[in-house]
Design a protein around this ligand. Sequence first.
Ligand SMILES: [Zn+2]
Length: 435
Amino acid sequence: MIWNDDFETLPREAIESLQLKRLQQTVERVYATVPFYQESFKKAGITPADIKSLADLQRLPFTLKQDMRDNYPYGLFAVPLEQIVRIHASSGTTGKPTVVGYTRRDIETWTELMARSFAAAGGNKGDVLHNAYGYGLFTGGLGAHYGAERVGASVIPMSGGNTKKQLMIMQDFGSTVLTCTPSYSLFLAEAATDEGIDIKKLKLKVGILGAEPWSETMRQEIEAKLNIKAIDIYGLSEILGPGVAIECIEAQNGLHIWEDHFIPEIINPETGEVLPVGEKGELVITTITKEGIPLIRYRTRDITRLIKEPCICGRTHARIERLSGRSDDMLIIRGVNVFPSQIESVLFNIEGVEPHYQLIVEREGNLDTLEVQVEVNEQTFSDEIKELQNMSNKIRKDIKDLLGVTCKVKLVEPKTIARSEGKAVRVIDNRKKSS
Ligand SMILES: [Zn+2]
């Protein structure tokens, strides 16, 4: 179902003229109200009057996560605190969190975009949403909550953790839509089996999964294990929260980014230059309707490409390809760029491998080493040593063929690798400790 037909199917020219108008307003506003932007525009020798076309966006400087940290907590807000009705923050892996503020209209925008997203994923009135995203400073829980409520679904504000209780509620309340991280959906499936519950027989039909990169093979795994459609959702608190972009259930091929509120660009992460449509690089987003904390050319560090071809669902908004990882998560192993999702795609194509793995990177002398630890299913694990040997040889060869990196492979018993109730910990990089 298309939630907002007027906006979601706007012709391209109409989207672009709306974008230009809103961009000009945003640039004027941040120049007048946020000292950080006034300074950075002046340094770049540009004033709001210079923005005459969408192409002029490229002349504006980027905003980095570090700029948000430097202006902690409220320095980038474009309105006085009296107009802020909600504050969220994303947990920084180091030091202070990144703080974002929403005006009443920002909350309204977020609700609208999450309603569009929920509907695009196949959600509707009468659905029971089992919302296992965390509630709190993290934007996941409340973001999904408001949008589904707007559509008219019955929302269960589960939040994360307490897996046994999650399963009981899911069974007893008849949840039809699940929102959580992709890795947690698999954890739920596994826990259900342990509890003697056949999760495939529950009423669940759709999972709206995000907050970490995942591969197409992991999608197939989730769809088979839970007997649902698994839909990829994208968002980040700096820009809004969940609901910045989502796959439509009709195509499940690229995530529609709501272009009447955001302008996406793809840049070369090394040089900062804008890449032609279709090329892969870092996603940069400019918010064009946000009041509380509008961001100009925010560098997301997420790697993707833009798809502008029309989609079978009828929505006209551009799509971003499923993320291949974050430029921050990219491992450089002996000079080769490696994304955990690439290794995941190799692993999940091998019979007998379970969807739980960890990459351990060490430095021995001056040499980086990569060990891939992966769980195999009970049956495989009880096979002869020779069989296991063949399997680990195959994994090693496939990784070498795809990435050009030599690794060690360690097959481990089911449930050896620590489970997470939020984002899965895929990489343990011990080089950082020693260097
Ligand atoms: Zn579509």
